[in-house]
Design a protein around this ligand. Structure first.
Ligand code: NDP
Ligand code: X2W
Length: 346
């Protein structure tokens, strides 16, 4: 049995990790970490866990936890993991960090976009960006995983094949994204109140969202050159789900069959990336509660552009599901263990 500790188990991403790990046959959750609910029963924080989880919440002492478990998930605010990780901790335990602390390789870019000082830049080089479909081999040997951001996961997987195959002009990419409100976490914020979100849709972080450099870095690796792109997220009145619509100029004329073959080349063998059939546009409902990312594309010969689309559940493939996928790879388990949830509908 793999012993797991979750720091930030009382947040939305941590809560989803609890749900997934309770259904994982090779994992036992040993530590439900919290800052505000120490000693409270976890099922008092989340009543859906009544008679399922009897444990009480513990503190967020990573050093103590490292001696008791095989893997620590940090589903905590930006800066938390980087502030605590040490060589001694990493010599004892694997860390899968759901925050952005180790996602961006250039510490100056991280500090510029996140407006916080990085407390352990010495581990950035070692951390593996845990986008399993692309970095599978590096994930297997990792001690420290930077679990990708929700928007970057959906955006990168949707655009990656066409950049890698040189079919689109890297400097013409525009990504329009929508997210359900759970993406903003459980903390109380006026912007996320029912009356602010219900029957409403709004852009935010325009030309300044912190996921922009993460997406640029990952797509830059695919293109083999630096990329600058526009990324505009929107908050939509639903609980879960991310939908991205990306636009780019084609470098030359292409057929549907040619582009489809490119997507199939990268994803045919990927269990969690579904390339939809011709003219079918991804929908968040089709992936809700599951680890799937649905992708598709449409060529617009009139504008010589291509529209790439992706949908996934921000809390599953965008956070907890991807974290479990990384854990499975690190511990040599089948990659889909504990991740076979069928999408719920309606
Ligand atoms: N929500 C999402 O869709 C996604 C989230 N993530 C990332 O996962 C992480 C958690 O996000 P999310 O679950 O949404 O956030 P929440 O606000 O819902 O949860 C935050 C968690 O961190 C704990 N916490 C808060 N402040 C501190 C602190 N100063 N030190 C230690 N623990 C603290 C909270 O504990 P308590 O409340 O008990 O005090 C809570 O368990 C973030 O880094 C986020 O960027 C990544 C991908 C998607
Ligand atoms: C709707 C909403 O507010 N979404 C969050 C992103 C989700 C998240 O938690 O960010 P990471 O994926 O980097 O961890 C935001 O825009 O900041």
């Amino acid at each position: 049995m793999i012993k797991a500790g979750i720091i930030g188990a009382t947040g939305y991403a941590g809560g989803e990790l609890v749900r997934l790990l309770l259904g994982h046959k090779d994992v036992e959750i040993k530590w439900y970490g919290s800052r505000s609910y120490i000693d409270k029963k976890y099922s008092d924080v989340y009543q859906n866990m009544f008679q399922i989880v009897d444990d009480r919440c513990m503190d967020d002492n990573m050093e103590e936890l490292a001696g008791q478990v095989d893997v620590i998930f940090t589903a905590t605010p930006q800066g938390f993991c980087a502030g605590l990780v040490t060589e001694e901790i990493l010599s004892k335990v694997k860390i899968i960090d759901l925050s952005a602390d180790f996602r961006i390789k250039d510490v100056d870019i991280y500090e510029e976009w996140y407006k916080i000082e990085h407390k352990s830049p010495e581990f950035i080089g070692e951390a593996v960006y845990g986008l399993c479909e692309i970095n599978r081999e590096q994930v297997r040997g990792a001690r420290l995983i930077a679990n990708p951001g929700c928007y970057p996961t959906c955006s990168t997987l949707s655009v990656y094949p066409l950049l890698k195959e040189g079919l689109i002009d890297p400097n013409t990419i525009i990504i329009d994204a929508k997210s359900g409100t759970s993406g903003a976490g459980r903390g109380a914020k006026v912007d996320n109140l029912y009356c602010e979100v219900n029957e409403n849709i709004k852009a935010y972080g325009v030309a300044s969202h912190r996921h922009t450099p993460e997406i640029e870095e990952q797509l830059g690796y695919a293109a083999g050159q630096e990329i600058r792109l526009n990324f505009t997220p929107h908050l939509v009145p639903m609980n879960r789900g991310i939908l991205i619509t990306a636009y780019a100029s084609l470098k030359r004329e292409v057929s549907y069959e040619e582009v489809k073959a490119v997507y199939d080349k990268y994803y045919e063998k990927e269990q969690f990336v579904r390339v939809l059939e011709k003219d079918v546009c991804p929908q968040t409902k089709w992936v809700e509660g599951s680890n799937y990312v649905d992708v598709n594309f449409k060529i617009d010969p009139r504008t010589k552009r291509i529209i790439m689309m992706g949908a996934m559940d921000n809390l599953v493939k965008g956070a907890a599901g991807q974290a479990v996928q990384n854990m499975n790879l690190i511990f040599g388990l089948p990659e889909n263990e504990g991740l076979m949830q069928v999408p719920m509908f309606p």
